[in-house]
Design a protein around this ligand. Sequence first.
Ligand SMILES: [Zn+2]
Length: 219
Amino acid sequence: MMTPNHPTALQQWIEDIDEIVQAEVNGHDRNFELEATVRRMLELLGEDPNREGLVRTPLRVARALETLTSGYTMSLEKIVNNAIFHEDYNEIVSVKNIHFFSLCEHHLLPFFGIANVGYIPNGKVIGLSKIPRIVDMFARRLQLQERLTSQVAQCLNEILQPRGVAVVMEAYHLCMMMRGVEKQDCLTVTSCMLGDFKTNLQTRNEFLELCGRHSLKSH
Ligand SMILES: [Zn+2]
């Protein structure tokens, strides 16, 4: 399980929740229809939405869902924001250990883990801080890990036209851990290899070796 070994990811999660609660206090742009739906859901689960602990829950859940699906309305153009530079660098550029949180589209339960992203430039590089933001843009949607992985890779492929892109994601899925098979230690790994990473075994292995050193399993 990731939590005890990853205080930074846990910290980030707590900060995100704090942010959501703060936005709720500020109280603008409330989605009353979504709140009413959550309230109804609580009733259907046999709860009393009027009891003290639940009074503000519909508001919080609506806010949380809006934040966790905010990737739909993010603009790639704004994220990239002219941070693409001409540079003659021909080796693998990689950003490792990008923590992400997403929601599985089948159960609306979180899946979370790390992404390792690499590319080989073809005259253009992107500001490194933009890569985690691109991961976030696709993660904050209702997702499948497989699709999330290929969307991040395709996105970098389109904006950089590099020699190759590689994305490897490892995640724990709460829908597997909390229900169904209840496999507590089951790590799902997905990868998408494009260009040189797909055609050149040595390049692919170089990247995968690097991912092995930054795997959730190695912690
Ligand atoms: Zn699921």
